[in-house]
Every structure is written in C-alpha cells, then in structure tokens.
Ligand binder design. Structure first.
Ligand code: GLY
Length: 485
C-alpha cells in the first residue's frame, strides 16, 4: 500500500497539532507556477517579479527591476524550490536570478537591502556556503549599517518620504535579520548593537498596548517622536479611518520580525512582543484566516483582503511555535496554509503565474498576486515540513576549489602546487601521467577553507608531461606540468 505522506508527517506532529492536508497540492501548484513565471519572464534573470496586474493577472512589467524593494523574493522562492526538490535545475535558476542582484547590495536610499539581498544571496549561501555570496552579504550589511543614526538609535527606512523627517517603518524589523546574521557570522559587536537598538526603539514606539502596531513613526533629529501614521494602511485622509490604523501586513512584519529578533538576541522582551503581535493578529482574523488589508478599515468598497499578510504570519508563527511550544501558533499557521491553498487564494484555476492571489499593496490597490506572498508561503511550507521532520533531499554544499599553475614549471626535481578551497570539506589532489595512470595521491582529506600549497617530489619519475587533478564533491580541476630531467 502506498504511504500517504500526510499520515507519515502526522506521526511527528506536535501534541494536538493538526496536519497540513493540502501539502502535496501546495507543492505541485507552487512548482507549476514558478515554472510558469520563468516562461512568462522568457527565462531572463534580470527580471524580478513583484506584483501582478489586476487587469491581466500577469506580472506587472513596470515593476521587474532590481531596485524594487521586492527584487529578492523571486530568487528566494527559487532557492526554496531547490531546497524542497533537490532538483539542480532550480538551483541553476536560483543562481542566475540571485547573481543579477549583486549591485542591489549597495542600493543606499532605503532599508530594504535585507529583502533584496538576504532572501536571494542569504538563502543561496545557507545552501551552498560559497564565499562569493558571503561577500555580497557583508557588503549588503555594510550598506544597511550606514543608514544607522546613533543619535536616534535606528536605521532610517526611507529617504524619499517628503512628509517625514526620519521615518522608521515597522517593516524595517525584517531587514535587521541581515545585520544580526552578519554580526553573528563575523562576530561584529557594532552591527549587533545597531540592530538591537533599532529593535528596541521599534518595540517602544511602534507597538500599542493591545499588541497592534503603527506603520510609521517619524523622529526628529534629536530622537523625539514627531508623529505616528500610515501610508499603506487606512490613513487619516481616508473617510472614516481617523488616526488609527492597523495595517495588516505591518502587523505581520511585527509578528515575524520580533520572533526572528528573539532568535538572535534571546531577550524575553522580544518574545513577549512577538506573542502580543501574534495574539492581536489571530484574535482579529476572520473565519478564512486572511485579514482585510487594514484591520480597522471601515469603508466596504476598499476592504480588500491581504493574503501576503497571512503568508508572512504563517511562517512567523511556525517559528514562534518552536520557542513557545504553544500549539495555537502551529495550528493557526496550518489553518492559514490550508486557506491559502484553497481556490479562494491559490491561483490553481487561473492564468496568473503568481502562486497566490488576493494580496493588497496599499489602500485601494487590492486583488493582486505578489512575489512576497509567494515567498513566505513557500517558507511557511518548509518550516512546517521541518517541524514535522519531513524529508528534504540531501543537499550538500558545493565545495568550490581554485587551482593555480605549479611553480617552477617546467621543473626537474620538485615543484609547488597551489590550491584553495572555499568551504570546509573533503578534497583530493592527485598526479597522473600522460596516459592517465595515477602516479601519486598528494592530498585526500577534509580541509578547512583556505589557501594551500604542497611540494611534489618527482624523484624516480621519467621526464614528460604530467597532470595534477584537484577534486571536491562537485568539482574537478586539472592542470598540466612538465618534468625535465
Ligand atoms: N515593505 C513594503 C510593504 O510591505 O509593502
């Protein structure tokens, strides 16, 4: 009898946890739509989808460049599909779309470096451990860190908002992940303290007592609060909104952001903030687990849904469950995934190549697909699979090698062979004669990343052409050398 994967996963569900019944449908649909998007983009890796047109359902062609805040999400989804399937084709697509974003690491007019760089290069680095992605991540962290203002104690979110002096938006929490990760990786206290200070300022000023959050807090140059408002939620110029607004995606950024910050800091105040933000979100969810784009929008004609908010929250809640072991968070995340996978929110019966439909960009612009709803939906599915210990294909990081010309060459007794490895891993270096016969194995062991050289002693060997071959798990390099006696 075939094994039902849902039953298999169910064996490791948390106590009273519910299974995600539509898992297989969700994965098949996501793979199908990512393929559809590649075709729609003509396999051109300089095009990075952001949102779909409401008229055609196709990706909006005016929002495909790497300067959009959203440019890292599609490559991130490609990495996730590689992680889920282990299929090398997805890896190649992910590499192409990621590598086109290298320049985005130095975009300095907003805080979105994290979204652009951590979702693309960051996800790639976690899988491949390659040094070239690592250096882009460090460059991105440096760009973001340069936006930090020590007097205010925060990163300025946007340079371009005329109506604010120093706007800090709730979304900015998400981009701290790049700073915290880099601080941890290179053990840099300054980056850590910047991210921590920003997180604390946001906790103090964005969160209301009931756990809901403001979208934007504007600060004076001295660090006093000038005003609190929203541009994407139900703002005070809209009839009936007044000064209060709980922009649903902003609330979702708070759920995810504070949970992620707890992961890096281990500070209980951030865990409590994540719990408060989540409880507000969950208590105010409608039956289908997808909120109106602003929880407090009173005008019926603009009460559009925001599937992206629920996708972000589903992913955040799985992580929050892992710290709190409160099964409510796990089950709400599963409920959200079921709802998003249903006909109501999935594009399963539509021509659109987004995976999900019915997200809202800002007040009055609803009913679109977005690359970020899709990205967090896939991430939530992966987190579910990790929590229930479902199998992922075994993806080994690629150990990248470099091999230089030996010196001296030609040589008459001994020569030095230079090589480098980008990651720790097993490396073999061997000498062959021109007929392909193995002459000597010089190295065959696990090495830390670094630059190496080894002396090859040719005593007893006749003059002639020899080859030295360097191998890792996925790469083989060779060079020729000449022995003259
Ligand atoms: N970070 C921009 C948005 O959520 O729309």
């Amino acid at each position: 009898m075939p094994i039902n994967p849902v039953e298999l996963y169910s064996q490791s569900l948390p106590q009273n946890g519910i299974p995600f019944h539509s898992l297989d449908i969700a994965l098949e649909h996501a793979e199908d739509k990512l393929n559809g998007t590649l075709l729609e983009l003509n396999y051109n890796p300089t095009l990075h989808p952001s949102e779909t047109s409401r008229e055609t359902g196709k990706w909006d062609t005016s929002k495909l460049d790497r300067y959009e805040w959203t440019s890292g999400f599609f490559s991130g989804s490609l990495w996730y599909m590689y992680k889920i399937t282990g299929d090398e084709n997805w890896k190649e697509f992910a590499e192409s779309w990621t590598e086109d974003l290298e320049d985005a690491a130095t975009i300095s007019y907003d805080h979105d470096t994290g979204f652009r760089i951590f979702n693309s290069f960051g996800n790639g680095y976690k899988l491949l451990k390659n040094r070239s992605y690592y250096s882009v991540l460090l460059r991105g962290a440096n760009t973001l860190s340069n936006r930090y203002n020590p007097t205010i104690g925060a990163i300025k979110s946007w340079d371009w908002l005329d109506t604010a002096n120093f706007p800090v938006i709730i979304d900015n929490l998400m981009n701290l992940e790049l700073l915290f990760w880099t601080a941890d990786t290179i053990e840099n206290e300054e980056l850590y303290n910047q991210a921590l200070s920003h997180a604390d300022l946001s906790l103090t000023h964005h969160m209301r007592d009931d756990g809901s959050t403001y979208h934007i807090v504007d600060f004076s140059d001295e660090g006093t609060v000038l005003k609190k408002f929203t541009t994407q939620g139900c703002n005070s110029t809209a009839p009936g909104c007044g000064d209060r607004s709980v922009w649903a995606r902003g609330q979702a950024w708070a759920v995810y952001g504070f949970t992620m910050i707890y992961r890096f800091t281990n500070e209980d105040r951030f865990l409590q903030a994540a719990i408060k933000a989540s409880d507000y979100f969950i208590e105010n969810l409608p039956e289908d687990r997808v909120p109106i784009y602003d929880f407090l929008e009173p005008v019926p004609s603009v009460r559009s849904k925001d599937a992206s908010a629920s996708a972000i929250v589903a992913s955040g809640l799985f992580e929050l469950y892992s710290y709190t072991k409160n099964v409510l968070y796990f089950n709400t995340a599963v409920d959200i995934l079921e709802s998003l996978t249903s006909d109501n929110y999935s594009t399963i019966n539509s021509d659109s190549n987004a995976i999900l439909k019915k997200s809202t960009i800002h007040r009055g612009k609803g009913n679109v697909g977005t690359s970020y709803a899709d990205y967090y939906y896939l991430e939530a599915i992966i987190r579910y699979m990790e929590l229930v210990q479902s199998d992922f294909p075994n993806i080994e990081p690629e150990i990248k090698l470099y091999l230089d010309q030996n010196y001296p060459n030609p040589f008459n007794n001994s020569t030095l062979i230079y090589y480098s490895t980008e990651q720790e891993g097993r490396v073999e270096l061997a000498i062959y004669d021109y007929t392909g016969r193995l002459v000597q194995t010089l190295v065959d062991r696990s090495l830390p990343s670094g630059n190496y050289n080894i002396l090859f002693n040719s005593s007893g060997l006749p003059s002639g052409i020899y080859f030295y071959v360097l191998r890792s798990n996925k790469q083989t390099l060779s060079k020729k050398m000449t022995l003259l006696k």
